[in-house]
Write a protein that binds this ligand. Structure first.
Ligand code: SAH
Ligand code: AVI
Length: 301
């Protein structure tokens, strides 16, 4: 669904919600990049260290790398640096100029970027090439941004993209100390707060809404029952927002919260169960010494 449908659907629910993909306009993507370097945001550096340590084994005989939610593909370069990948398909909802940048960095690499929604447009991934075993990477813990049922359906769809001899490389945040997880989503410099609030600017710009960002505050907490971090925006006082393009008035009560993202944290058992329900089996598992983040490699079972 596009932004208009998501806003109409999400802001007229009794518990308001917007899907996280709308966080990533140009400014949102920049803010996400800034989050990745924050001292509190451990997932990026932890995942990068795992990739550096295991890149050779992970790439194996793969000649094609498809990356969903690639963003700036910063960590992906670790896989490309093995020199074995011949074709790279970065897939993202937010368009990038990756083909030009990467063509200069990796002259032997064929780069075929796809702009699309990975929940709806997996069929836009170009067909595989004979003799080019495929590795589909989904890094950063983005799998955690799906609700559980949607996640399993999505993994089933992904299994269908692997092709013969294909493998899936999944980065996933693990359940760790709340004192580690929560600050990662509520940093001292306020970058995550700006990232979260930016979704309101997206709705203002795209749909002529009049959200006043100063009337909302960033909220992030670990929900121990669902085992996910939840990001919300809380109204500081009662007011009504007009969304002109939808001819919609959205009332907020004082203290009312709008959910903008969940970020599920996993156990190995939980991921293996998800894989099984999608017809996938775990091939390899790598986690850091503090058990905060894991890379899982899976194939069709
Ligand atoms: N893989 C990178 C970026 C993660 S941020 C890393 O690990 O650092 C999540 C990325 O997924 C962003 O680039 C965002 O634009 C993209 N994204 C979010 N929802 C998406 C969707 N529904 N379809 C395609 N891309 C999406
Ligand atoms: C992209 N995704 C995995 C990030 C996460 O950690 O859930 C997005 C993010 N949200 C707040 N900080 C980072």
């Amino acid at each position: 669904m596009g932004l208009a449908d998501d806003v109409l659907d999400g802001l007229t629910r009794p518990f308001k919600e917007l899907p996280p993909k709308h966080l990533y306009d140009a400014r949102g993507s920049e803010l996400f990049e800034a989050i990745c370097s924050l001292p509190e945001y451990y997932p990026t550096r932890t995942e990068r260290a795992l990739l550096v340590e295991h890149a050779d084994t992970i790439v194996g005989d793969a000649a094609e790398l498809v990356e969903l939610g690639a963003g700036s593909a910063a960590k992906t370069r670790v896989l490309l640096d093995t020199g074995r990948v011949r074709r790279f398909v970065p897939f993202d909802v937010s368009p990038t100029a990756l083909d030009e940048t990467l063509a200069a960095e990796y002259p032997q690499l064929d780069v075929l970027p796809v702009t699309g929604d990975f929940e709806a447009d997996l069929d836009r991934i170009p067909g595989g090439r004979a003799g080019f075993p495929r590795l589909v990477a989904f890094l950063g813990g983005t799998i955690g941004n799906f609700l559980p049922g949607t996640r399993r359906g999505f993994l089933r769809g992904l299994a269908g993209t692997l092709g013969p001899d294909g493998r899936l490389l999944l980065g996933a945040g693990l359940i760790t100390d709340v004192d580690v997880m929560e600050p990662a989503y509520d940093d001292a410099a306020g970058v995550t707060a700006a990232f979260n609030l930016n979704v309101l600017s997206v709705v203002n710009a795209e749909l002529g809404a009049d959200f006043d960002l100063s009337l909302f505050e960033h909220v992030a907490f670990f929900d121990p029952v669902n085992e996910w971090i939840e990001m919300r925006l809380r109204a500081r006082r009662a007011h009504t927002v007009r969304v002109a393009a939808l001819d919609l008035d959205v009332p907020f009560e004082r203290g009312e919260e709008l959910r903008t993202e969940i970020s599920t944290k996993f156990t190995r058992e939980r991921l293996e169960a998800d894989f099984a329900s999608a017809g996938l089996v775990l091939d390899a598992w790598y986690e850091d010494a503090d058990a905060r983040f894991a890379l899982a490699v899976a194939r069709v079972g």
